[in-house]
Design a protein around this ligand. Structure first.
Ligand SMILES: Cc1ncc(COP(=O)(O)O)c(C=O)c1O
Length: 408
């Protein structure tokens, strides 16, 4: 029998080293609090990277898992199932979409979206119309197609050759899109708020301009709302606040509230191009995942919950401005809703890990977004007390990092 005692050291002994997790091992969570193996408490400002939209172990999500786990776990797509049909119905009622494809992660939702965009163009205009325009610093996942469409070279390096026919242009630069787009373009792909790329909101006029260029060139507009969607912007999906409707939208992360699930939403006409046998996933539309996601969608689409997002954002921004007034480490606080970015001053670029480690010591879970931005993506139902306590801990963490200096 192997010794089943595990610790952070076990990670380095048995796991592929593609991650470098923090030094503690969390074992339990409730709302926006988490406890580690030693019983130490943390306030969670990371939200599992914008996944735990309803915090940890929300009673209604626990009930959804329990109920479904006693009914039906898995069938495959040889059969359909009630939770998947109900979730798809709900998503089509609440959004522009008329058809839904389920999968298990954000990368898979994007993979389906990019394949569909190519196939739709191939069906309607022929094989020459296959080019995709995407944006510098964009992030769409880690499969080969999604790192190719993503705008960060470091995620492609060493994995080439990646799929071809993809052009990257600067985000929020309409002229660059205008210069790059042609009748060979099958799709323009964007995160309405870039997440991993540093929490950069798309300018509404830019997004509208891209929609018009897509219409002019018969290209599909694909919104990756995997990070900013599911209530985080203060709308169920952020396109709703932009006055621009995409042709394809991808969702994951918050959609399952911590249960792995992804979805691609589109119109009935575009969906026709993913005909029988063209694409699939064994687990896609799994009853367990869909039962949990249905409960998440029902809760997050509650107008009262969505209306509470701007007030919570204001608390985050006010507190961060106070931290900055005291410690002078940020150049800008930005983002949308409860996706909050604090850009560090140049002397702290590449030093985000120091802030994460200090936050951990103070009992706070924090994120970075690229080399120069601290990121917060908390639960949408984080309480005012949790925000206040978390910010007190953040202030202490920043004070200790500043006291040690950037070169410590
Ligand atoms: C905007 C965006 N798209 C896609 C992904 C990939 O999602 P997943 O890690 O579930 O494959 C992420 C993950 O960070 C993301 O933020």
């Amino acid at each position: 029998m192997s010794d089943l005692h595990v610790s952070r050291e076990t990670f380095d002994e048995v796991m592929v080293p593609n991650y470098r997790p923090q030094t503690m091992v969390p074992v339990r969570g409730s709302g926006s609090k988490v406890w580690d193996q030693e019983g130490k408490e943390y306030i969670d400002f990371g939200g599992g990277i914008a996944v735990n939209a309803l915090g940890h172990c929300h009673p209604r999500l626990v009930a959804a898992v329990k109920n479904q786990s006693e009914q039906l776990w898995h069938l495959s797509n040889v059969y359909t199932n009630e939770p998947a049909l109900k979730l798809a119905k709900r998503l089509t009622e609440l959004t522009f979409a008329e058809r839904v494809y389920f999968c298990n992660s954000g990368a898979e939702a994007n993979e389906a979206a990019f394949k569909l965009a190519r196939k739709y163009a191939w069906d309607h205009h022929g094989p020459d119309k296959h080019e995709i325009i995407a944006f510098t610093n964009a992030f769409h996942g880690r499969t080969l197609f999604t790192v190719a469409v993503g705008g960060q070279e470091k995620y492609r390096r060493g994995f080439e050759p990646v799929p071809a026919g993809i052009t990257h242009v600067p985000f929020n630069d309409l002229k660059a899109v205008e210069d790059a787009i042609s009748d060979k373009t099958c799709a323009v792909v964007m995160e309405p708020v870039q997440g991993e790329g540093g929490i950069v909101p798309g300018d509404p006029e830019f997004v509208k301009g891209v929609r018009a260029l897509c219409d002019k060139h018969n290209a599909l507009l694909v919104f990756d709302e995997i990070q900013i969607g599911m209530g985080r912007s203060g709308e169920l999906f952020s396109y709703m606040g932009l006055g621009v409707t995409p042709d394809i939208l991808t969702s994951a992360k918050g959609l399952g509230g911590g249960f792995p699930v992804g979805a691609m939403l589109t119109t009935a006409e575009v969906a026709e191009s993913l005909g029988f046998g063209t694409h699939g996933s064994t687990y896609g539309g799994n009853p367990m995942a869909c039962a949990v996601a249905l409960e998440v969608v029902n809760m997050v689409s509650d107008p009262a919950l969505l209306a509470s997002v701007p007030g919570k954002r204001a608390r985050f921004v006010d507190a961060l401005e106070k931290v900055n007034a005291e410690h002078n480490v940020f150049t800008e606080i930005r983002g949308k809703g409860l996706l909050v970015g604090a850009e560090l001053k140049p002397e702290w670029h590449g030093k985000g890990a120091k802030f994460l480690a200090a936050a951990r010591e103070e009992g706070l879970m924090l994120l970075v977004a690229g080399p120069k931005v601290l990121r917060m993506a908390p639960s949408l139902i984080i309480t005012d007390e949790e925000i206040e306590e978390g910010m007190t801990r953040l202030s202490r963490a920043v004070a200790s990092v500043v006291a040690a200096g950037p070169d410590s």
